[in-house]
Design a protein around this ligand. Structure first.
Ligand code: PMP
Length: 466
């Protein structure tokens, strides 16, 4: 069947239910035709009309090794020819899966023991919740089941992971959050701190609030705390000084498991292999996805620490088999893709690149944007960063939502050839380019972003809004 681009657009509009899309605007054509993405190389993608865009967001913070890596494509193809599929239930495995798991357990922070595989960050966090409940049941603590996450945290959009996510945008009209998932304050100093409060003081206050929530609910009912080392979709916000130290003290005191959601921060983005290593976090459970395969194949993992695994194994005589698994758990093509990606991450020292080029990137963002009258905060770590726009820097007031400043800047950047994401919580322009990005490419990204921000700023000034 040969089809032209108009037919593809029409078939798409008629038949695809697009995630996170205003359905009526799309159906009516108000959003224009869908962008048909056709090829990618390095940090760039190209659409079917030949228009090239710099992907300053690595897809959705996931194509860490960049587009068009033939080593990964070949590993996928080799495995597909050799054995496209076999399951990993009841003591079956493949060489790629065993090798990948051995690698992950050794490279992950803390004392990790096993990896359970899924296909997405959401399902991996769903698995983490079930592991917490299972662990508490086996320990004879059937009430220790509630999970605390944070406002502005993002952990997915399935039923439990969507409940863990701490933004109403992902809950409203979807009957979330479900019972048993609680939220505590976001570690965002810029918006959350009281006048004159230092980062350290603010961190201590957040930890005190967490402790108060635990005591209010009863510590015997709290099973786990889940958090991203660096708040991602909630605004790309590195933790304030002392935050992780203070929070971990509280969790330890009340025997509460710590799940580090490393879906974005895993495999180099912060400049360390894992965000946990960057911030001195000692998790009991770790969630990985995205960078694990650089999105060349859907694969996620719930990495289980020794402390939890031991209880699971010891309980097996009492409860029988571990009754959880997906058809695609440990998919051999996913494992082959992950091994090929991790070879690149290690050989090219992508955490090192994220550290070196990331430092330059953060400096450039600060230099070009921090002093602009519509910019409240520039923040980030490694190769993830954000610019937050405000109507009044002194008073820290937000722009009126109907001005859609974040979305306008993102659109202006795109018109100039750069994808940078308008984050869903406030007027925030987010960046998370592939970890192979060079300094010269940072210059390109920053200069296009600057032109876009200045264009929107000029419009706002003309309209008397800034
Ligand atoms: N956790 C974090 C920290 C994420 O950023 C995301 C996705 N943005 C998820 C979980 C969910 O992953 P997925 O979209 O693959 O389900």
């Amino acid at each position: 069947m040969t089809v032209n681009l108009n037919q593809i657009a029409e078939m798409d509009r008629n038949s695809v239910l697009h995630p996170f899309t205003q359905l009526k605007d799309f159906a009516s054509g108000k959003m224009g035709d869908p962008t048909i993405v056709e090829t990618g190389k390095g940090i760039r993608i190209q659409d079917a009309h030949g228009k090239e865009l710099i992907d300053g967001f690595a897809g959705l913070y996931c194509v860490n090794v960049g587009y068009g890596r033939t080593e990964v494509a070949e590993a996928i193809s080799r495995q597909a020819y050799r054995l496209a599929y076999y399951h990993s239930y009841a003591a079956h495995t493949t060489d790629e899966l065993a090798i990948l798991s051995d690698r992950l357990v050794k490279m992950a922070p803390g004392k990790m023991s096993k990896v359970f595989y899924g296909m997405s960050g959401s399902d991996a966090n769903e698995t983490q919740a079930k592991l917490v409940w299972y662990y508490s049941n086996l320990r004879g603590k059937p009430n220790k089941k509630k999970i605390i996450s944070r406002e502005r945290g993002y952990h997915g959009c399935s039923v439990v992971s969507g409940s863990m996510t701490g933004m109403s945008f992902y809950h409203d009209h979807m009957d979330l959050p479900r019972a048993g998932i609680l939220h505590t304050g976001a570690p965002h100093h810029y918006w959350g701190a009281e006048a004159g409060e230092t980062e350290q003081e603010f961190s201590k206050r957040r930890a005190d609030e967490l402790e108060a929530l635990i005591l209010r609910e009863d510590p015997d009912t709290i099973g786990a705390f889940i958090a991203e080392p660096v708040l991602g979709t909630g605004g790309i916000t590195p933790p304030p000084q002392g935050y992780w130290e203070e929070v971990q003290k509280v969790l330890e005191k009340y025997d509460i498991l710590l799940i580090a959601d490393e879906v974005i921060t895993g495999f180099g983005r912060t400049g360390s292999m894992f965000g946990s290593q960057h911030y001195g976090i000692e998790p009991d459970l770790i969630t990985v996805a995205k960078g694990l395969t650089s999105a060349y194949f859907p694969l996620s993992g719930a990495i289980v620490g020794e402390k939890v695994y031991k209880v699971l194994e010891e309980g097996a005589d009492r409860v029988g088999a571990f009754s959880h698994g997906y058809t695609y758990s440990g998919h051999p093509i996913g494992a082959a893709a992950a091994n090929a990606v991790l070879d690149i991450v290690e050989k090219e020292d992508l955490p090192g690149n994220a550290r070196a080029v990331g430092t330059y990137f953060q400096e450039q963002l600060k230099a070009k944007f921090a002093q602009l009258p519509i910019v409240g905060e520039v923040r980030g770590v490694g190769l993830m960063g954000a610019i937050e726009f405000v109507a009044d820097r002194e008073k820290k007031t937000r722009f009126k939502p109907n001005l859609t400043v974040g979305a306008r800047v993102s659109k202006a950047a795109r018109e100039r050839g750069l994808i940078a994401r308008a984050m869903p919580h406030g007027d925030i322009l987010g960046f998370a380019p592939p970890l192979v990005t060079t300094k010269a490419e940072v210059d390109e990204i920053v200069s296009i972003a600057e032109a876009a921000v200045r264009a929107v700023m000029d419009d706002l000034v003309r309209a008397g809004e800034a």
